[in-house]
Design a protein around this ligand. Sequence first.
Ligand code: SF4
Ligand code: SF4
Length: 367
Amino acid sequence: MWKNRRRIVALLGGATVLILPFLRVRGRSAARFDLPSLSLHFFGAVVPIDEFYLVLLGALFLVALTLWVTVVFGRLWCGWLCPQTVIGEVGEWIASALPAGFRRGGKTLALLPFSALVSLSLLWYVVPPAEATRDLFRSPILLGAFLAQWGVIYIMVAVVGPRFCKSACPYAMLQNVLADRETLAVAYDPARPECLRCDGCTRSCPVGIDVRKGGQRECIACAACIDACREATSPRNVAPFIAYRGTVLRGKAYLFAGGCLAAALVLLAAMWSRPDVRFAVQWEGKAGTPRGNVYRYSVRNDSDRPVAVALSVEGPARLLDDPEVAVPSRGRVTGTVTVQAGDGTPGEILITAAGRGFRIVRRSAFP
Ligand code: SF4
Ligand code: SF4
């Protein structure tokens, strides 16, 4: 039954979402946007928010992935993984253990703690999970965010439900633009006239459509109608009239997969080629010593180990300050150095920051 497969996928998806912030990779959450440091943690990589080009490349990859999945698999996401569907489904699942007369109310009640858990898990993605859970009732900001999210999630799944998928979901609109005749979709086979007309498919449909009337944009590809049809037809040894139909392996699918792969490679290359140490220098003013200038420097260390940086100056000039700078892991050190001209007056100087595996040279004026 598709229902069981969908539930397994939903459980695995839900468990992954709950576990990821707790999973530690190189001492950090596997996936989380860390608010205090304004950086994205993703499986050991740390992307500070000021590296905006990486955020853009990541967004580009997500767009390419969405296009590929939508063109090939249609609304499979909607029926199988979208939280709007999955949370409602879990509520139904819990309620199915109750006597028939209590199921509707049971689902509404079961969704209360479940949407609270989803709201809490969203906090785990911005505040360290242990901290978010411990401080939930101590911090008015955390509590306010938790309650607001809980309310919205509960209304979305318990009150709005599949009506959102049917009429307001923006992804559904994107799907309408991208899908073609070969996109995977749940479809009735009109070539077979012997349909039992039991209406099981229509009754089981969460968005209330009749799949026998052909492809409809409201369909979320959940396959509930296939299960209902199978139940009706299997006692008669007849194959179901409804099935997933479409062509996955085709030219357009390869084209979009290629775009997706290219975007992923560009993102990986950009992350791979990021320097661990950054060095910037700016002229600050004249020094109190004769023929001297003061420069402000900044060294940022984006690696997980402390680095020792040796500053030096090239040309007919010398450093008057201590040239050694220790920069802690994921830290930044700023300071000033005084440079004094030697013989002659250089128009500009080269200040170098060097350490294990790096050498960065910056040019600056020597007025
Ligand atoms: S038509 Fe079938 S697959 Fe589509 S939403 Fe209704 S039950 Fe789900
Ligand atoms: S469930 Fe199957 S047999 Fe029954 S009406 Fe729908 S398509 Fe026909």
